[in-house]
Design a protein around this ligand. Structure first.
Ligand SMILES: CC(C)[C@H](C(=O)O)[C@@H](O)C(=O)O
Ligand code: SF4
Length: 464
C-alpha cells in the first residue's frame, strides 16, 4: 500500500495498536529543559520509577537562563531552582546535561540538530510546542505535556492517536529578500492559527526542496502556530550533507547504512493526504505581523486589513489592533520600532545572523532602537565570531548577548517594556508574550535588520 513519509515513520514506531484507542509508539529521542521537566521527575520519584533509556534523553537549559553574565549565579530564585533541578535530575538518572555555561548549551531546538541528535525517520518529543522544528529532517517531532514527559522517561513510549495528514506545496522561486520565515508567516496568514488543527503537515515543492536545513527548521518550527501537530520535510542530499560528521551522527559503515535507509523516507507517488494545499512562491513578499497572533501577518508593503476582511471575530480583531495601537487600513511601512530581537529557535541560527549582517554591514544602528541579538547556542555564537559577523555588527553599533530563549518568551530579564514596539524574529506575538504590555511584530531577520538600521518598519529589499 502506498504510504506518505509520515505513515512510514509513524508505522515503523508503533509498539502496540489499541482497538479504538491511541497507538502506543516508541520514542527515539527525548529532549528536556528546565521548565517542563521538574514535575515529571517528581512524578517518577513518587512512583519509584526509573528512567528506562537515559541515553535517549538530552537535557539543556534555555528558557530562563540570563543572556548576559552567564558566569554569575542566576539571581531569580524560581529560575535558579528549575536550573538546579534539571542538573540534579540529569545527574541522578544518568542523562546528558548541557547546563548554563556548558560549551554545547543553547536552545533545545537549536542544539539537537547541530549535534546530530535529530535524524531522519526518528520520533522525537519534548515538553515544548516548538519541537516541530526537528521535522525539518524528516522526523516525526512534536511537543508533549509534563505527564507525557514522565511517561517517556519511564517507558520510552507514548500513546497518541494518529493525526490526519496534510501536504502544503509551495512551488516556484522566492523573490529577493523573501526568506523561509516569510514563507511560514505567509502560509499561516492564509490558513489562520487553526487552519491545520488535527493535522500533521508535510511541506513539499520547489521552495522546500531548494531550502537549506536551517530554513526548513524555521518553517517546521512555525507549523505549530497554525495548529498543526507538527510539520516535516522529506530528507534529501541537503539533509545528509548537514548531518554528515555531526558529533552524534553515525560514522563509517553505519553512516552509509543510515543514508541508504533515509533515502527511502519519502512519500510514495500515489499516496494520498486528507488535505492538500498549493501556493505560489511568487505571491510571497517579506512578511510582518500587525496583530496579536501569528496568523495576523501581511506583506510588508500592504495595509492592515479592515475588520470586515480581517480573519475571525470582528470584536477580537479590533481588540487586537487596540492592543497594538494600530488602526485598520494603516500602512505597516514607516511604523515606529523601539526594540529589535534577533534570536529564538525560529531564527537564532547562523544563517539568521548572516542575513542580519548582510543588511547592517557598513551602516549604523538607529538611535531610537534597542537591539538584542541572541544566538541560539554557543556553537552559533562561536560561528558569529569566526565568520567576522561580530565585527560587522559591532562596527554598526550592535552588541551580542549569550545564548538562550531570551525575549522570545521573556522568562528571564529580557522583557520588552509595556507599550513598546518590537520587531522580533521569534514565533509568537501574543499579548504580553515578550513582557507585560509589549507589542510584537513578527518578521524575518532581514526585516529585523532593516528596522534596526532605520528605526521604523522598512522593506529590506530597499537595503539589499
Ligand atoms: C515553556 C514551554 C512549555 C513553551 C512551549 O511549549 O512552547 C515555550 O517554549 C514557548 O515557546 O512558549
Ligand atoms: S526560543 Fe521561544 S519558542 Fe523556542 S523553545 Fe524557547 S521560548 Fe519556546
Amino acid at each position: 500500500m502506498s504510504k506518505t513519509l509520515f505513515d512510514k515513520v509513524w508505522d515503523s514506531h508503533v509498539v502496540r495498536k489499541i482497538d479504538g484507542g491511541p497507538d502506543v509508539f516508541f520514542i527515539d529521542r527525548h529532549f528536556i529543559h528546565e521548565v517542563t521537566s521538574p514535575v515529571a521527575f517528581l512524578g517518577l520519584k513518587q512512583r519509584g520509577l526509573s528512567v528506562l533509556y537515559p541515553e535517549r534523553t538530552f537535557a539543556t537549559a534555555d528558557h530562563n537562563t540570563p543572556t548576559i553574565n552567564q558566569h554569575l549565579p542566576v539571581e531569580d530564585p524560581l529560575s535558579a531552582n528549575q536550573l538546579k533541578a534539571l542538573e540534579d535530575n540529569s545527574n541522578e538518572y544518568g542523562i546528558s546535561h548541557w547546563g548554563l555555561g556548558h560549551e554545547k548549551n543553547g536552545i533545545v531546538h537549536v542544539v539537537g540538530p547541530e549535534n546530530g541528535i535529530t535524524f531522519p525517520g526518528a520520533t522525537i518529543v519534548c515538553g515544548d510546542s516548538h519541537t516541530s522544528t526537528h521535522g525539518a529532517f524528516g522526523a516525526i517531532a512534536f511537543g508533549i505535556g509534563t505527564s507525557e514527559v514522565e511517561m517517556v522517561l519511564s517507558t520510552q513510549c507514548i500513546m497518541q492517536p494518529k493525526p490526519k495528514k496534510m501536504r502544503i506545496n509551495v512551488n516556484g522561486k522566492l523573490g529577493k529578500g523573501v526568506t523561509p520565515k516569510d514563507v511560514a508567516l505567509y502560509i499561516i496568514s492564509q490558513l489562520s492559527t487553526s487552519g491545520a488543527t488535527g493535522y500533521f503537515v508535510e511541506y513539499a515543492g520547489d521552495v522546500f526542496e531548494n531550502m537549506t536545513m536551517e530554513g526548513r527548521m524555521t518553517v517546521c518550527n512555525l507549523s505549530i502556530e497554525m495548529g498543526a501537530r507538527g510539520g516535516m520535510v522529506a530528507p534529501d542530499e541537503t539533509t545528509f550533507n548537514y548531518l554528515k560528521d555531526k558529533p552524534l551522527s553515525p560514522k563509517g559503515a553505519a553512516w552509509d547504512e543510515a543514508v541508504a535507509h533515509w533515502k527511502t523516507l519519502k512519500t510514495d507517488l500515489d499516496a494520498t493526504f486528507d488535505k492538500e494545499i498549493t501556493f505560489n512562491a511568487a505571491d510571497i513578499e517579506p512578511m510582518i505581523t500587525f496583530g496579536t497572533n501569528p496568523g495576523m501577518g501581511i506583506g510588508i508593503s500592504e495595509h492592515i486589513p479592515t475588520a470586515d476582511i480581517g480573519k475571525g471575530n470582528v470584536e477580537t480583531y479590533k481588540k487586537s489592533l487596540d492592543y497594538m495601537g494600530y488602526d485598520e487600513d494603516e500602512a505597516m511601512l514607516g511604523k515606529k520600532v523601539d526594540y529589535v530581537f534577533l534570536g529564538s529557535c525560529t531564527n537564532g541560527r547562523i544563517e539568521d545572523f548572516r542575513a542580519f549582517a548582510s543588511i547592517v554591514k557598513g551602516k549604523k544602528k538607529a538611535g531610537n532602537v534597542t537591539a538584542w541579538l541572541v544566538p541560539g547556542s554557543h556553537e552559533v555564537e562561536s560561528k558569529i565570531k569566526e565568520e567576522g559577523i561580530l565585527d560587522i555588527i559591532t562596527e554598526a553599533g550592535f552588541s551580542l548577548r549569550q545564548p538562550g530563549c531570551s525575549a522570545c518568551l521573556a522568562m528571564n530579564d529580557d522583557k520588552i517594556p509595556a507599550g513598546k514596539y518590537a520587531v522580533s524574529t521569534s514565533n509568537r506575538n501574543f499579548e504580553g508574550r515578550q513582557g507585560p504590555g509589549a507589542r510584537t511584530m513578527l518578521a524575518s531577520p532581514l526585516v529585523a535588520a532593516a528596522a534596526a538600521i532605520t528605526g521604523v518598519v522598512t522593506d529590506p529589499r530597499d537595503l539589499l
